[in-house]
Unconditional design. Structure first.
Length: 163
């Protein structure tokens, strides 16, 4: 049932966003640094009439920074892997594993932030791993995905737009 990838067909595709991952890591480190700085600045005394900050409050601030960094790092999750059998998509939240039979087209309209798959049941699935911010890398990935889809459609004898 599994095809040999060396049979001359379109090569497998693996793509991840590059710029978004860099930005997410910088923001995550910045959040931890910011909340750590705030935590070290938190101290108070009863003479000022304001609240008193204790060690637990400082630890909580650092914990909030770590939670925020974790949330930002969720944007490093997107990935797409495709081969002759189908396509596996992992987005920020959730993912899909689809055979090529259910895919009608690979879309990347002008102005869209990322590519998408148009399915035969008229659903649309975002492919957040192929982002416009990555420019030429995104173009290469979309072309490779379209080649895999076209190869499947040629084997299956089905027509479908890949524009």
């Amino acid at each position: 049932m599994s095809e040999d990838p060396g049979t001359g067909g379109a090569p497998p595709v693996t793509a991840r966003p590059r710029r978004t991952v860099r930005v997410a890591w910088v923001l995550a480190v910045g959040l931890v640094a910011l909340f750590s700085a705030i935590a070290t600045a938190l101290h108070g005394s009863t003479d000022s009439g304001r609240g008193v900050f204790q060690t637990g409050d400082q630890v909580a601030m650092i914990g909030l920074g770590l939670l925020g960094a974790g949330a930002v790092l969720m944007f490093t999750r997107p990935r797409v892997q495709a081969d002759a059998q189908g396509i596996r998509i992992r987005n920020v939240l959730g993912g899909y594993e689809l055979p090529w039979e259910v895919v009608r087209a690979v879309r990347f309209p002008r102005g869209a932030p990322w590519a998408s798959l148009e399915l035969r049941d008229d659903d649309v699935v975002a492919v957040m791993a192929v982002q416009a911010a990555d420019r030429q890398r995104a173009v290469v990935a979309v072309r490779a995905l379209r080649a895999l889809l076209a190869e499947h459609q040629a084997r299956a004898g089905t027509a479908g737009g890949t524009v």
